[in-house]
Design a protein around this ligand. Structure first.
Ligand SMILES: *Cc1c(COP(=O)(O)O)cnc(C)c1O
Length: 424
């Protein structure tokens, strides 16, 4: 087809019919890529990555040797080169059921466990499953939160309503506001505990209140516990499933964070529902349907799971938690020395802290994105602008890196803030 200028008309220039629902600007990866592109290549100093949560790049955060051995044994056995059933292989499902039951007041069965490609795919199938039972369904997400939920919901045309976490209350859920957001089409609420991006850990009492609210509203609690047991302050990790008898809980998790192997891509979706509220529900049928059409977690990784869980010693977990505890201390102390950065609470779990920027003390920086871009350019330090996780003019800082790099990075942030401080 020729246009009036005689040029070939480009029929392939698909533009869609509106705003893109998945654009790099609204994913953590997209924003971090933008920060990396803004680095000054003449800076001889190493780049300090305080933006994303993958400590496996640091030698001090290497996984347990027995976990590596389990993978090698699994491959060498030659028995796991086959396809997996869509729910996962039985020994691995049983191992995960037993692992999670250790912290619950009831026993999970292997049939409660569905193995997925990391926690990421567990999120995908749950949100897709919800969107397919009801075209006007909605879910309640925390703000600040983990943007993958928003983006993934958009891919499924699933309506999202955000409820606030309260910084002055240790980032607890604003339950009153949450109740006001819900209606008859609300299917579920998501909590992330231990928290990303806030580094908070919920008390048992708060989790119980969440369960009671979910019961009142007749909704499911989706508990993202990918940072399970990574806690290092007063509140121990309590699984949401503890209150599964009050309201049904779908627990999402993986070995990515606790075992420091996000590249192994092994996660789970688990029904913590001792009263079988969900047993014959359309929701579970829909989620299982989605699992059937989704790719499966690699069979040889699944096959290594029983050994990984059984053989990893407490020493390994304690070492990781100790390292995170001291990193959180360093981070909190150093950040408190910087006048334009306000840190509402010391991180108690996961690998992150949220801090608020005070622009009245800064001269030539007007928002969190500009702060992060200039910091990357001038100091070769990467942090995540808060707008990415739903809180404009905050920053998410990761402390899961080796202590020397962390101190170096925080020192550079301090120097940056001093250089840009408003002159009195
Ligand atoms: C890292 C992370 C995930 C994804 O976990 P994978 O097992 O690596 O897929 C999910 N939710 C939260 C809150 C995370 O921080």
């Amino acid at each position: 087809m020729k246009s009036s200028q005689g040029k070939m008309e480009n029929k392939w220039n698909f533009q869609g019919n509106g705003e893109l629902k998945v654009a790099p600007a609204i994913t953590i990866r997209g924003v971090l890529t933008m920060m990396m592109q803004n680095l000054n290549t003449d800076d001889q100093r190493p780049v300090i990555p305080l933006g994303h949560g993958d400590p496996s790049a640091f030698p001090c955060f290497r996984t347990a040797v027995c976990a590596e051995d389990a993978i090698v044994d699994s491959v060498r056995s030659g028995k796991f080169n086959c396809y997996s059933p869509s729910v996962g292989i039985l020994p691995a499902r049983r191992a995960v059921a037993d692992y999670l039951s250790n912290d619950l007041p009831y026993e999970l069965s292997p049939d409660d466990v569905y193995l997925t490609i990391g926690c990421t795919q567990a999120i995908e199938v749950v949100l897709a499953g919800i969107s397919l039972i009801n075209p006007v369904a909605n879910i309640l997400l925390p703000r600040p939160g983990f943007p993958f939920y928003d983006t993934r919901a958009a891919c499924s045309n699933l309506e999202v309503r955000c409820y606030d976490l309260l910084p002055e209350k240790g980032w607890e859920v604003d339950l009153e506001a949450l109740e006001a957001l819900a209606d008859e089409n609300t299917v579920a609420m998501v909590i992330i505990n231990p928290g990303n991006p806030c580094g908070n850990v919920y008390t048992s009492q708060h989790l119980k209140k969440i369960a009671e609210t979910a019961r009142k509203l007749g909704i499911v609690v989706i508990a993202d516990e990918v940072y399970d047991h990574l806690t290092f302050a007063n509140n121990p990790f309590v699984p949401m499933g503890t209150y599964g008898s009050i309201a049904p809980v779908l627990t999402l998790g993986s070995i990515s964070k606790r075992w420091l192997v996000p590249g192994w891509r092994l996660g789970w979706l688990v029904t913590c529902d001792p009263n079988a509220f969900l047993q014959n529900s359309g929701l579970m049928k829909s989620i299982k349907g989605c699992l059937d059409v989704a790719p499966d977690a690699p069979t040889f990784i699944q096959a290594a799971i029983p050994q990984i869980i059984e053989n990893t010693k407490q020493d390994f977990f304690l070492k990781t938690v100790e390292m995170l505890r001291s990193a959180a201390d360093i981070c909190f102390d150093k950040l408190n020395e910087i006048p334009c950065i306000m840190c509402p609470s010391k991180p108690e779990g996961s690998m992150f802290v949220m801090v608020k920027l005070n622009f009245s003390l800064l001269d030539d920086i007007s928002d969190d994105v500009e702060f992060s871009l200039k910091l990357a350019k001038e100091e070769s330090v990467i942090v995540l602008p808060g707008v990415t996780v739903g809180l404009k003019n905050w920053l998410r800082i990761t402390f899961a890196c080796d202590h020397l790099s962390l101190q170096d990075g925080l020192g550079r942030i301090k120097a940056f803030c001093e250089r840009h401080a408003k002159k009195q």
